[in-house]
Each structure stands twice: as structure tokens, then as C-alpha cells.
Design a protein around this ligand. Structure first.
Ligand code: ATP
Length: 330
């Protein structure tokens, strides 16, 4: 496992922020760290980045014990805090040169060129950081966080304040960094945006881990590991729902809800199997009007986890979910 956290406890002077937090994140993944306000996301990321000292527990990046070797950990990880500052009077080039020098990089010029190209910062090379827009400041922040080519990247709310285009570009960037071998942990309130690129979701609530789940289809050790996707099947109005029987007979389909002309359920199987499932329904004469794979169901998974945890937790811990809209968590 790339990042392993065991029994982590963190206290602020008047408050426990993390309670026996344990999880393990696989290599080369993008894990979305989600949870309501005050759940402890920032505190957890700061512990992982060796910027806070927990009361007890351990954090490993690969084989490296972060709490024993914080300086080595800083060389191997990149961290961008939610309210990061830039040296406003320095140009983009100077900001990156300063960070590269503080890491004492041997190949500073080459590392800067690589990161400038990666983040498309070429045309802003001579621009003062203070004159950059929110989106370009964010890119410079990420460039600073990865100029030393870390194996691990921790991002705290990187998309807040970005416009939709900048968010899309951030998603593309994170996907590219992962393709180049990085393991990324990113916190956000906006599930819809995390869905575009996350491979896993880690849910934290009131300082406790509710679960770590794989999102979407994955390839693990060369084998395709398939998670259930949510399907919505609608038949022509007025037709008999008896025809739905064909759906129930398929071993990969699990019904979650049925109305007069709609079925909701999960389908487990490859894309080819899903195609054959649809083909079978049509050949059997099911009067299908619509067949939808609902968007990857991160929000449903998140809500399920909260619901399950709340039924399991003592009543003092259970409280409102903090969910506001379909695209965000408050
Ligand atoms: N410096 C501090 N001193 C005391 N308590 C703090 C401090 N920083 C955070 N806390 C408390 O610790 C808990 C966890 O805070 P944290 O900022 O880690 O949560 P978060 O999930 O990142 O929240 P948000 O989504 O609002 O950023 C909260 O109850 C918060 O009020």
C-alpha cells in the first residue's frame, strides 16, 4: 500500500479532531477525501504531510515512517493547503526557482521546465504571482508542490474558487499525474467534480473514518475489477411491468427500486456483459424506452456510508448529514 495510516489520534487543545483513524490507500490511485465541514480533512492531510504531530498512531508513505522522518517525507510528498500563499512580488519563474532551491534540487532548471510544461505555465513565466487569476494561481501552487517530483501529492480543496473550465483542467492534470505514477489524495466538498477522476473515496466524519471504497471500474494487477453501476430502465408508458421479469433473471442485476414504468438497480459486469444484458431484454420483447447508466454514483455511495455509519454509531455521534445539493456537501 502506498499510504498507510494506523490508529491516528490528533488533539487540538480543546478538541479531539481525529479518533483512531486507520486506512490504506493503494499505489497510483486518486483518492477523494470527503466529509462534512469540520470532519477533520485538513487535520488529517496535515498529519500525512508531517506538518502536525499526532498524539499517537503512525503514518507510512510506502516504507517511510512519516512521524520519524518528517524531512524525508517532505522530499517524497507534495502538499497544497486550502489557503496557500504565494510570494506575490515574485514572478512565476522566481517562485519556482525559490522552491527548487529550498529543496536543493540538483537538476532545478530541468525540473522547473518540466513542471512549467506540465501545467502550461509557459506564457506566464515572467508574470508576477500577484497578477495571476485564481485558476493560474492554483496551477502555480500545484507546480510549486510538485517541482521536486514527489511520489505522493496531497491537495486540500484544490478546486475551491475555480471556474468550471479551470476545474476541468485540474481534473485532467490530476489524471495525467496519476498516469505518470503519482499517488494522490485530494479533499473536496464537491463530489460531482471528484467523480471525474477519483479511483477511491475515503469518507471522514467527526474525526472518524466511515469507509474507503473503490469508485468505478478499475484494473488491479492487470485484472479488471468491476464495481456495480447504477442502471435506470424505463419502459413505454402503459406497458405491463411483467416484462421486467427478464431483468430480475439476470445474475448481474440487483433491483433497488421499481415504479410503474421504471426500474432502478445495480449491474455488475463488464461493458460487454452490460451490452448483452440490454440485447437480451430487447430480444425478449421488453418495451424499453430508456436505458441509462447513471453517472458514477459517488454521491450515493457517500450517502450510504453516512447512513450505515449513523445506524452503527452511538446516538451522540450521529447527526445531520451535511449534504446540501446534488453537486456539493456543506
Ligand atoms: N487550530 C485549531 N484549533 C482548535 N480546533 C481546530 C483547529 N483547527 C481545526 N479545529 C477543529 O478541528 C475539527 C476538524 O477541523 P478540520 O479543519 O480538520 O476539518 P475539515 O474537515 O477540513 O473542515 P472544512 O471542510 O470546514 O475545511 C473541527 O471541529 C475544527 O473546528
Amino acid at each position: 500500500m502506498a499510504i498507510r495510516v494506523s490508529d491516528l489520534v490528533f488533539d487540538y487543545p480543546d478538541k479531539r479532531a481525529l479518533y483512531d483513524v486507520s486506512f490504506a490507500i493503494p499505489e497510483n490511485s486518486i483518492t477523494a477525501l470527503v466529509g462534512p465541514n469540520g470532519a477533520g480533512k485538513t487535520t488529517l492531510l496535515r498529519c500525512l504531510a508531517a506538518l502536525e504531530t499526532p498524539v499517537s498512531g503512525s503514518v507510512h508513505l510506502g516504507e517511510l515512517a512519516v512521524l520519524d522522518s518528517p524531512r524525508e517525507a517532505h522530499r517524497r510528498l507534495g502538499y497544497l493547503s486550502d489557503f496557500f500563499g504565494l510570494y506575490e512580488e515574485l514572478t512565476v519563474a522566481q517562485c519556482l526557482q525559490f522552491v527548487a532551491a529550498s529543496y536543493k534540487l540538483d537538476n532545478a532548471a530541468q525540473a522547473i521546465e518540466q513542471v512549467v510544461t506540465e501545467l502550461g505555465l509557459q506564457s506566464y513565466y515572467g508574470t508576477r504571482a500577484g497578477a495571476l487569476s485564481r485558476g493560474w494561481r492554483q496551477r502555480l501552487g500545484i507546480a510549486q508542490a510538485i517541482v521536486h517530483q514527489p511520489e505522493f501529492l496531497l491537495l486540500d480543496e484544490p478546486a475551491s474558487g475555480l471556474d468550471p473550465e479551470a476545474r476541468h483542467e485540474l481534473a485532467e492534470l490530476l489524471t495525467r499525474l496519476r498516469a505518470n505514477g503519482m499517488t494522490i489524495l485530494v479533499s473536496s466538498h464537491i463530489l460531482a467534480e471528484l467523480e471525474a477522476y477519483s479511483t477511491h473515496m475515503l469518507v471522514l466524519e467527526q474525526g472518524r473514518i466511515l469507509g474507503l471504497k473503490a469508485i468505478g471500474d478499475q484494473t488491479v494487477n492487470g485484472e479488471q475489477k468491476i464495481n456495480a453501476r447504477l442502471l435506470r430502465i424505463q419502459i413505454l408508458p402503459g406497458e405491463t411491468t411483467d416484462s421486467f421479469q427478464h431483468c430480475f433473471e439476470h445474475p448481474g442485476f440487483l433491483l433497488s427500486k421499481q415504479t410503474d414504468d421504471e426500474l432502478f438497480g445495480s449491474f455488475t459486469g463488464s461493458e460487454q456483459e452490460q451490452h448483452r444484458f440490454l440485447q437480451g431484454l430487447i430480444e425478449a420483447g421488453v418495451p424499453i424506452m430508456q436505458f441509462h447508466v447513471l453517472d458514477r454514483d459517488m454521491q450515493n455511495v457517500y450517502l450510504d456510508m453516512l447512513k450505515q455509519a449513523r445506524t452503527a454509531l452511538p446516538s451522540g455521534i450521529a447527526k445531520s448529514s451535511g449534504i446540501t445539493t446534488s453537486s456539493g456537501i456543506k
